[in-house]
Design a protein around this ligand. Structure first.
Ligand code: G6Q
Length: 538
């Protein structure tokens, strides 16, 4: 534990009677098998499932009983979960280390709603930006936005990283079915020059619009790539004036946007109360709106909103994010499942696990409580995954027969977006068969062929993948992450580990460039010297 952590939290969460009751209850659960739990209650599948915001959530294949749920809900109450949820929706400064609200829910509030931050209603501003985004998206999509040489825009390149990239990429891939194929969308994030070079290799600058997407507009990777894009554009079009027609910015920092050379008329703002990984519904979604159009983007927001409303109003025992988050705590802290595999049986969701990694691990990968006291329990599990059925031919071996317990989230939809013979039926047959096999196993005399089962999973089933259902799905995970953070009493909305990373490379970069004396450890010094000697000088 860090020496900066004030003390170890042995008195708060783990000392709560509700936590200790769960600890005692664990002894009864550990000795029971899912086979037995299902056999004892023929209605278990129906009783341990719930519908909300268009999704059917079946949590019956977790190692829980009614008593487990009762105890988890009691823990949530003791931890003040309802109060925390209300505080978030009211715009209170719940991000304590940065002293600000975490109000992504305001991004999907209807025009009629009022949400006050420091006594100012933020909803009108949200809609002003959305309307401006729609105006630009419509002009680009219908060919009215003309580039420097009089041609319409056929390529859009989003330059951003982290929260300014992972959400937009995931949503673009997820909603590709709804996107305008006349516009090629590319995403550049890595400081590795290959990312930019490969993204623009086959593009004509006179048909390309760059979105420089950075909340702070100071992020090294994004600004470096944006400068490369500006040079590439000016080089191709021969005129500094091209920037006005080929660059727009998404940021909270108008001063830096202007300094970069982008007219602030072409800037789309958002607010410090929108965290990067929670920013899909803000102007960070401009690339999404360009791809899928205004109407679909508004449907995406309506889907977020449907889950927000469900989270706020559904009774806890029938509430998807509550149940999903509390079961995640149970699997992690009591059953010892330190990783969660996210397994979408939907090819369009191929970037969903990567997106969730940031959402869950950057939010809850913390080792001190909101009060700065070291925790005495596990926080965020490691999130990973791949779409089914590909994963089945790879790491599912470990899920079924490995020594580690992995909690799984299976996600799928009843209707195919690209029906092809009976392939969707086969896809879904695999989906259901896998969670069944994980839960129940199958006995064989030969040890290598034996499957113990009793491995927990959730099933999240929607009708079809649409902008609306994607919004609801993302909001389900946003709120589940919030529930988990509230139980662990940690701050889910800061990311000091990321800030550290932003600063660390600066010193080494200066040393590589300047050739100055080195005073790191012997390993780092040797690596820098070797690199200096062998690199190609550009
Ligand atoms: C997200 C994080 C982080 C951030 C990136 C990009 O929640 O804060 O991933 O989004 O570091 O930051 P900028 O948008 O400021 O460039």
């Amino acid at each position: 534990m860090s020496s900066a952590a004030r003390a170890v939290d042995e008195t708060l969460l783990t000392a709560r009677p509700e936590w200790q009751a769960l600890q005692r209850h664990l002894q009864q659960i550990e000795i029971r098998h899912l086979r037995e739990l299902f056999a004892a209650d023929p209605q278990r599948g129906q009783r341990f499932s719930v519908e909300g915001a268009g999704f059917y959530f079946d949590y019956s294949k977790n190692r829980i009983t009614d008593e487990t749920l009762r105890l988890l809900l009691a823990l949530a109450q003791a931890c003040g979960l309802s109060e925390r949820i209300n505080a978030m929706f009211r715009g209170e400064p719940i991000n304590t280390t940065e002293r600000r609200a975490a109000l992504h829910v305001a991004l999907r509030a209807p025009r009629t709603e009022r949400i006050l931050v420091n006594a100012i209603d933020v909803v009108p501003g949200v809609h002003t930006v959305l309307d401006r985004m729609a105006s630009v998206a419509n002009r680009v999509r219908n060919g009215e936005w003309i580039g420097q040489s009089g041609k319409r825009i056929r390529n859009v390149v989003n330059i951003g990283i982290g929260g300014s990239d992972l959400g937009p990429v995931m949503v673009y891939e997820a909603l590709r079915h709804y996107s305008d194929r006349a516009i090629a969308m590319r995403f550049v994030s890595n400081i590795d020059g290959t990312d930019f070079v490969e993204a623009v290799r086959d593009l004509s600058a006179d048909e390309t619009l760059f979105i420089v997407c950075s909340k702070t507009f100071t992020t090294q990777e994004t600004l470096t790539n944006a400068r490369a894009a500006r040079a590439w554009c000016i080089d191709a079009l021969g005129d500094q004036g091209a920037i006005a027609k080929h660059f727009v910015a998404v940021s909270t920092n108008a001063e830096e946007v202007a300094r970069f050379g982008i007219d602030t008329d072409n800037m789309f703002g958002f607010w410090d109360w929108v965290g990067g990984r929670y920013s899909i519904g803000s102007a960070v979604g401009l690339s999404t709106m360009l791809a899928i159009g205004e109407e679909n983007f508004r449907a995406l927001l309506a889907g977020f909103r449907a889950m927000d409303e469900h989270f706020l109003h559904a009774p806890p025992a029938r509430n998807l994010p509550w149940l999903h988050g509390l079961i995640a705590v149970w699997n992690n802290n009591f059953l010892g499942a330190s990783t969660v595999a996210v397994l979408p049986y939907e090819q369009y969701l191929k970037r969903f696990p990567a997106y969730l990694q940031q959402l869950a691990m950057e939010s809850n990968g913390k080792r001190v409580t909101v009060d700065g006291v070291a925790v005495a329990y596990e926080t965020a599990p490691i999130v990973w995954g791949e779409p089914g059925t590909n994963g089945q031919h790879s790491f599912y071996q470990l899920l079924h027969q490995g020594t580690r317990l992995v909690a799984c989230d299976f996600i799928g939809f009843c209707r195919a977006l690209n029906p092809l013979g009976d392939q969707h039926d086969l896809l879904i047959a695999n989906f259901f068969a896998q969670s069944e096999a994980l839960a129940f196993g199958s006995a064989a005399d030969e040890p290598h062929r034996n499957f113990d089962g009793n491995r927990p999973s959730n099933t999240i089933l929607g009708e079809s993948l649409t902008p609306h259902s994607l919004g609801a799905l993302v909001a389900l995970y946003e709120h589940s992450v919030f529930v988990q953070g509230a139980i662990w009493n940690i701050e889910p909305f800061d990311q000091w580990g990321v800030e550290l990373g932003k600063a660390l490379a600066q010193r080494v970069a200066a040393e590589i460039a300047g050739g100055s004396e080195l005073a790191h450890d012997s390993s780092t010094d040797a690596l820098i010297r070797r690199y200096r000697a062998l690199r190609q000088k550009s």
